[in-house]
Structure formats: C-alpha cells, structure tokens
Design a protein around this ligand. Structure first.
Ligand SMILES: [Zn+2]
Length: 346
C-alpha cells in the first residue's frame, strides 16, 4: 500500500529543483493511534512508515548534528530533512524506533529530564482525559489559578457526553470550541501553559476530585522510563536532546529558574545516556515561550544548537539556536511529500 502511494506520487508530482541550500526539520511527538488528539500530536504507525519511506526515496535524511555542521561548513545536500521528536512518549521507543531503524532514518528526541521515568500523564493529556473523553461532569467548576478566581458553566455540554465526544472527536485546539467542555479545556490549557509545575499539579488534583476520576494515567499516554530512555539512545540512530526539566514555558520563569531548567536537564540526561547532550528544544517553542535571554542561556549552557517550534525552512543564515521546525501531521505519504515540497520550493 505504501509503495503504491509513492508510485502515484512519483508519476504525478515530479518536482522542480528546490531552493539551494535549504533544509527542513520535522517535528513529531507521538507515533500511535489515539481516541482524541486536540493538538494533533499523534501520527499513526502506518502513516509514519509512509513518511519515512518518502524521506528515504525523495529526500536526504540527516542527523541534526550533520545539519548543524553543514550550516557552518556551507554545504547542504539537496532536500535535507531532519526528524525530531519532542516530549518522550513511550511509543517513541516501541513504535517509532523500529521504523526509524528499518528505513535508516536518524532522529533526535528531546526529553524533559524531570518528567521521564515518572508516573502519570503530561498535564495536557490529563486535561484531555478529564474534560474531552466521554464521562459525566458536574455542571459548574470553580477554580483558583495563579491567584485568580474562575468559574465555568458546563450544563448543556454534560447532558450527553458520549454524543458530544463522538461529534467533536476531531476538534483541534486552534479551532473554535464546539461545546462548553471544549471551551473549558481551551481556557484551562491557556491558563496552565504558563503556570508553574506545582500550580499545574494542584489544579489537576482539584480537577480530578471535581470530575470524580482517579489519578491513574492511561498506559497509552505514558512517558519513557529511565531504562527505556537508555534503550532508545542505544547505538547511533537516535540522539537524545534536552527539553528542560519540567517542560515550562521558559519566558514565564525568572532567569535563574530558566538557567536551572536548561542546565539541569543537560546534566541529568548526560548521566542517563552516558554521552554529551548537545541539542536543546524550547518547550512549546513559540516565540512567546522563550526570549533572547533564554537563547543566551542555552548557548552558555554548552549546547551547540537549539530548536524552536516556529515553522520555517533552515538556510545558511538561520540562527543555530533558533532552528525552525515544521510539525508533521497524520498525513498519508503523498500529502506529506506535497507539504514538504511546498516548504522546499517556497
Ligand atoms: Zn514539548
């Protein structure tokens, strides 16, 4: 099925020559099938395989470190593409790595050092579990977040949660919320995204109590354990990069706290994988999530390059400490390559 798709693509879409000296860095999070995915973080295993097949046949997969060297040395191969993953979901080891191996596509995986090896889910996944999966919720929620009192009314959305779930399963968080549940999810995401990790934990405890849901996370959403992190890093296919300790929006922290988050993640991950960690990715990665001071701290910490989540093409003049990335979605191979070509061809 994959080969047939590629065949069609080759016949129909013979591309013009790409701009010289440009490269793409792809951003993935998960290789898995999930019930709901408000941030479009999961690419299905079969789809991911199609992406890798396209990269092997049509592009030049590079390591991040090779790209960085090419930028300094001035020679970039045509259609250079780097694969990266953020956050350290366990499926990176079980679903992504075997496929990366099969297609010999290297990848860099950015891990928040204080969260891997821990129990439970990421706060954004737990928020989705509590609010978007079908389940009865009380009609009113009162919460105090970062010193501000909030109140939400859910009545009309809680009458038939299963129907609401099925109707809006494909909702994405950047679209208008289709129900009060989705509105609540988005408001809480916005509030928690810039709260400290203690505040996030406290709010989630209150939310669980309110929703009558226990703490136990879904095995499908768990993070890598320490042993799994070592297994993922084995050999030279996968590079481990740092993604802070607690995954904060760095610009919301004092410079001292930012420095700790950046430095400590480097040291901890080096101890886990037993080799230098030279790459970094800013959590959430939008321009508002880090500042020029953050970039300077990353440089001072001894990293040699860093990735943002700002979409764009890498060229000779790109700042190595703010490398743009393009999020890969759950596209089939043909759509995937079309998007890549659009980026390459400008
Ligand atoms: Zn992240």
């Amino acid at each position: 099925m994959i080969r047939a798709a590629i065949g069609r693509l080759r016949r129909r879409d013979r591309q013009p020559a790409p701009r010289s000296g440009s490269a793409l860095i792809l951003l993935y999070h998960r290789v898995a099938k999930v019930r709901s995915d408000p941030w479009d973080l999961a690419v299905g295993p079969r789809r991911f395989e199609e992406h890798l097949e396209v990269l092997r046949r049509e592009a030049c997969p590079l390591r991040l470190e090779q790209l960085s060297r090419a930028l300094v040395g001035g020679e970039l191969p045509e259609r250079a593409v780097v694969v990266t993953f953020d956050d350290g979901y366990a499926d990176n080891l079980y679903n992504a790595r075997p496929l990366l191996e099969r297609y010999e596509v290297p990848a860099t995986i950015f891990l928040p050092s204080g969260l891997i090896g821990g129990e439970g889910e990421f706060w954004w996944d737990e928020l989705e579990r509590l609010l978007l999966l079908p389940g009865k919720l009380p009609g009113t929620l009162y919460l105090n977040i970062s010193g501000h009192a909030h109140r939400w009314q859910l009545d009309e959305a809680t009458r038939d949660p299963r129907a609401d779930f099925l109707r809006n399963r494909r909702w994405r968080a950047w679209e208008d919320p289709p129900s009060a549940r989705h509105s609540l999810y988005k408001s809480l995401w916005d509030l928690l995204h810039r709260s400290g990790d203690e505040e996030q934990r406290r709010v989630l405890i209150e939310l669980r109590r309110w929703a009558g849901v226990d703490e136990e996370g879904r095995p499908s959403h768990r993070l890598l354990s320490l042993e799994e992190t070592s297994a993922l890093a084995e050999g030279d296919l996968v590079e481990i990069g740092a993604h802070t300790v607690n995954h904060p929006s760095l610009s919301s922290l004092s410079l001292d706290l930012q420095r700790n988050e950046i430095l400590e993640s480097k040291v901890t991950l080096e101890n886990i994988v037993g080799s230098p960690v030279t790459s970094f990715a800013y959590p959430y990665g939008k321009r508002s999530d880090y500042s020029a001071r953050t970039v300077a701290l990353v440089r001072e910490a001894g990293f040699t390059y860093a990735c943002s989540n700002v979409p764009g093409v890498v060229t000779q003049s790109t700042d190595r400490f703010q490398l743009p990335r393009i999020q890969a979605h759950n596209w089939d191979g043909e759509t995937f390559w079309k998007h890549l070509q659009e980026w390459f061809d400008g």
